[in-house]
Design a protein around this ligand. Structure first.
Ligand SMILES: [Zn+2]
Length: 63
């Protein structure tokens, strides 16, 4: 089953796990640029047409 993360219009910080190296990282859900994993450089989130697309696994929503 596929779960969709509903993104509200609020800005939030997300705790994600890099699918490549399992590094935990806090990212901003309204990032306007690409967010890379600090360990392996894998792209965790990117912005396409004004929308942030989270490519990592979200483990927790903060705030
Ligand atoms: Zn990584």
């Amino acid at each position: 089953m596929r779960r969709t993360i509903h993104q509200k219009k609020e800005s939030k910080f997300l705790k994600v796990i890099c699918p490549k190296c399992k590094n935990e990282q806090i990212i901003f859900n309204k990032a306007s640029t690409k967010v890379k994993c600090l360990v392996c450089g894998n792209i965790l989130a990117e912005n396409t047409g004004g929308k942030s697309i989270i490519k990592a696994k979200i483990v927790k929503v903060l705030g």
